[in-house]
Write a protein of this length. Structure first.
Length: 145
């Protein structure tokens, strides 16, 4: 089962985990990544074009499913104004074996970071705003796949 959502509201990690694993006995491992807004930013605003973003994420998930024969996958990415400490993204990747689940999770978050069309603006504690530029480290992480 694959679930992809782009939403403004927060997500419940436990509920998403339960939905992915309900009545399943074939899953041997689940990789999990939760991204949060990191300080010293006071807030981050994420903007996107819904259809474009959802198509891009679906393509990234299809590639992970192809490479690691995933048994299930959940990707939830939030948008809007998020405060420091709030959840931004959830990735769950279920596979028959742990290494496939862990590798798929790393791949998914690396590619989401660089290939999903989100525009991010950081807000400092003094109210100054600045668009977040792409980082060389993120591109290098995505390129390893």
């Amino acid at each position: 089962m694959t679930r992809i959502r782009v939403q403004s509201e927060n997500f419940d990690i436990g509920a998403e985990f339960a939905a992915l694993t309900a009545e399943r006995t074939d899953i041997g491992g689940i990789g999990c990544f939760v991204g949060t807004v990191r300080g010293p930013a006071a807030a981050m605003t994420l903007e996107h074009y819904p259809a474009m973003t959802e198509r891009a994420i679906a393509g990234i998930v299809r590639e992970a499913e192809r490479r690691w024969s995933l048994l299930g996958c959940t990707v939830i990415h939030r948008y809007g104004r998020l405060l420091a400490g709030e959840n931004i993204v959830l990735v769950l990747a279920a596979a028959a074996h742990r290494q496939a689940a862990l590798d798929a999770t790393a791949f998914l978050i690396d590619w989401l970071k660089t290939k999903a069309p989100f525009w991010k603006k950081e807000e400092s504690v003094d109210g100054a705003e600045a668009w977040v530029e792409a980082r060389v480290e993120d591109d290098a992480a995505a390129a390893r796949w």
